[in-house]
Design a protein. Structure first.
Length: 278
């Protein structure tokens, strides 16, 4: 028999819904405790970053610089963010002998373990569908604990309903980009930079929406601007903003006279650039 050239995946091929019972328990009393945190490959959602930077008492820019690395979710496409391992190793930077030092605000991926959350959308559909798969790694003994629990109950136990709802807009952006494919073209470099800032660097994005240029261009009521002091509300707005930037959806009203003047300046600039090239 020819040996497969692919590494064995820990994700079981069966996909199921929230009514599926699983057998799992994790805690200090299990000999593999902390083992999964010693080799961490953790992707972060925007809401994960908001929770973690608040827990650590630093800005989103500082958190990104100290604790994360960016990666491409697709070639020349939207960026994702992963947790940077502890210096010189592969372990999560927040793991201790006693367990997770940021447990109350641990990332979504950690809360879901040993489940994989799969969001999908067909090209002709407007809503995303959730499904789950079981992750079975050789080091994990939690699967042998005598404790059966439904997936939906496990999600409630891990406070995942709140996390999933807060990240719904972000997932929908990614799914829409993937399902739209070449029909929307390749986002410009500026659009990709805006996606990264609006999703992951929420404190810098707040400075952007409070800038004179933004306030002059977008016609938003004052009470909505006041709400942007809260990270959660600003995140929700960032997804509206990105739907407009990436997909041309008119989700935020413009002050037309300012928008027209900016378009005219951009057209003149392109025309002059073309003349210089000739």
């Amino acid at each position: 028999m020819t040996k497969s050239p692919f590494h064995e995946s820990p994700v079981m091929p069966e996909m199921f819904d929230g009514e599926k019972p699983i057998n799992f328990r994790c805690g200090k009393g299990i000999s593999c405790f902390n083992a999964c945190c010693k080799s961490a490959d953790i992707s972060l959602t925007p809401y994960d970053i908001v929770r973690l930077k608040k827990h650590l008492g630093i800005s989103s820019s500082e958190f990104l610089d100290r604790h994360t690395v960016p990666y491409e979710m697709e070639k020349d496409g939207l960026a994702g963010v992963k947790l940077k391992p502890a210096e010189g190793g592969t372990a999560c930077p927040f793991v201790t002998e006693e367990g997770c030092s940021v447990y109350e605000d641990r990332p979504t991926a950690c809360r879901y373990y040993p489940l994989a959350h799969l969001s999908m959308r067909k090209q002709d559909e407007y809503v995303d569908r959730s499904g789950y798969a079981l992750v079975v790694e050789k080091h994990c003994l939690g699967h042998f604990e005598e404790r059966e629990i439904l997936v939906d109950d496990y999600r409630k136990e891990q406070d995942l309903e709140q996390y999933d709802e807060a990240s719904r807009g972000w997932r929908q952006l990614i799914l829409k980009k993937k399902s739209s494919g070449p029909s929307i073209g390749n986002p410009s470099r500026r659009s990709l930079q805006l996606f990264f800032t609006a999703c992951y660097d929420i404190d810098r994005f707040r400075d952007f929406v409070y800038s004179d240029g933004f306030i002059m261009l977008f016609d938003l009521p004052e009470e909505e601007y006041l709400g942007f002091e809260e990270d959660d509300k600003l995140l929700e707005f960032s997804y509206r903003f990105l739907r407009q930037v990436l997909f041309g959806e008119n989700t935020i009203p413009l002050r037309e006279e300012i928008a027209d003047a900016r378009r005219d300046r951009a057209l003149r600039r392109r025309s002059m650039d073309g003349m210089e090239e000739e």
